[in-house]
Design a protein around this ligand. Structure first.
Ligand SMILES: Nc1ncnc2c1ncn2[C@@H]1O[C@H](COP(=O)(O)OP(=O)(O)O)[C@@H](O)[C@H]1O
Ligand SMILES: [Mg+2]
Length: 407
């Protein structure tokens, strides 16, 4: 990396779409300083919502409904186009020509994720069932933007025995660690995940895991109750009019996922349509608002339970930094604040990381690490046997070619 770029910064775009399947988030950032110790500034942010038809197709594929390889292949290309649209749009919004981009980091869209815990012996070879698939063809993004694209971050971690998730704790460690304050970052997407960064932490002391559902169950109920007209409970307002069915919350919290020790990761496979049907939709006599309230309570309580079980006993925590679309749910945030009276509950906005943009920003930073040959996973977090460089790079652009050693 040239000295000037280290000092003045490199322009990059981070692209992300999570398990909510709501759309593609694109963050235009300027990263400055060495990749080991970056500083990042958000210049522009957009979300390109998935067209309803694409969303339905994704819900089927990611929901495990049997479909042919042709459908997955077509979706991979269709999403590549949408991710490219998001990248170009955020550049336009930030008044930056895509030619000036040093690179794009694209997470893609997870349509399948199964990371099993390692065998106790840490034995060689992957368990047959471990795999992950993110789609949104990076070659299309690269062709439309003419930028170098780093994509497909998770498989490299799975290949060395990790869960492939979560990847955000490294970025949280880089940007939010504090000498005196123990910090938990909480991202409430479709799934909720936490990263734990003790005061004055070294990377080995950081850990993180998925606590369970974030918005996934709430969104699923909203779609069901409104016959697809509404995809989420704005501000948590409908849930606020209902009452939580306490025995149902308690029953669900006894499920093995919540009791299992980290590292662990979850997705639509655990908390998607099957979960919704088995625990909520089967209660035909229950009031919809009560069910929504129950789902919201489940999210809040599963997060707090996980913190009590696996975090507070290990580390002294002072602040909870919340991000993700679920942070817009006022009821959910109010419950978290009530249930965690000894913590300072803050939004990631306070740290220059707007709550909707944080994950997209993170994938720009992870791509920056990849292009510098730095590892992007944290073995203590994912359970991997070692730290590895993540992602695949498509294709070396002019920007990169100038930097490759002459053969
Ligand atoms: N104003 C709002 N009120 C309540 N929930 C919201 C609001 N805005 C977004 N959300 C929730 O956030 C979700 C999107 O969050 P996001 O962080 O993009 O998740 P993911 O990473 O899974 O895509 C939506 O599906 C919805 O559940
Ligand atoms: Mg999203």
């Amino acid at each position: 990396m040239r000295e000037r770029e280290i000092q003045q910064g490199r322009l990059a775009v981070g692209l992300m779409s999570g398990t909510s399947l709501d759309g593609v988030d694109a963050a235009l950032v300027r990263i400055s300083g060495p990749a080991e110790k970056p500083a990042v500034r958000l210049l522009a942010f957009v979300t390109v919502p998935y067209p309803a038809a694409v969303r339905l197709r994704l819900l089927k594929v990611a929901g495990g409904v049997a479909c042919g390889v042709a459908e997955i292949s077509r979706l991979n290309f269709a999403l590549g186009e949408l991710f490219a649209v998001a990248a170009l749009r955020v550049c336009r919004q930030g008044r930056v020509s895509p030619e000036r981009l040093a690179f794009i980091g694209s997470h893609g869209q997870t349509v399948f994720h199964q990371g099993l815990s390692r065998s106790p012996s840490g034995g060689a070879g992957l368990s047959q069932n471990v795999s992950t698939l993110q789609i949104g063809e990076p070659a299309i993004i690269a062709a439309r933007t003419r930028a170098t694209v780093v994509a497909d971050f998770r498989p490299a971690d799975l290949a060395v025995g990790g869960q492939g998730a979560p990847l955000l704790p490294l970025v949280d460690y880089l940007l939010l660690r504090h000498e005196r304050y123990g910090t938990v970052t909480l991202n409430i997407g479709g799934i909720a995940n936490v990263a734990v960064i003790p005061a004055c932490a070294t990377p080995q002391k950081v850990f993180g895991f998925d606590t369970g559902p974030g918005n996934m169950v709430i969104d699923g109920l909203m779609r069901h109750c409104t016959r697809g007209q509404k995809t989420y409970d704005f501000g948590g307002r409908l849930a606020a009019q209902g009452r939580a069915i306490e025995p149902l919350v308690a029953e669900i919290l006894r499920l093995p996922y919540f009791r299992r020790k980290p590292p662990k990761s979850a997705g639509r496979e655990q908390f998607g349509q099957g979960f919704l049907a088995g625990h909520f939709l089967c209660r035909r006599s229950a009031d919809n608002k009560d069910l929504l309230r129950t789902a919201t309570e489940l999210t809040a309580r599963s997060i707090v339970d996980a913190l009590k079980r696996f975090v507070f006993s290990q580390v002294e925590i002072h602040r909870l930094v919340v991000s993700g679309g679920g942070a817009h749910n006022g009821l959910l945030l109010a419950r978290l604040t009530e249930l965690l009276p000894h913590l300072s509950v803050q939004l990631s906005d306070e740290y220059g990381l707007p709550l909707d943009a944080k994950e997209a920003i993170a994938f720009a930073l992870l791509a920056d690490r990849t292009l510098h040959g730095l590892p992007g996973n944290m073995p203590a977090v994912t359970g991997a046997r070692r730290a590895v460089v993540l992602g695949k790079i498509v294709p070396p652009s002019k920007w990169m070619r100038e930097r490759l050693p002459k053969l």
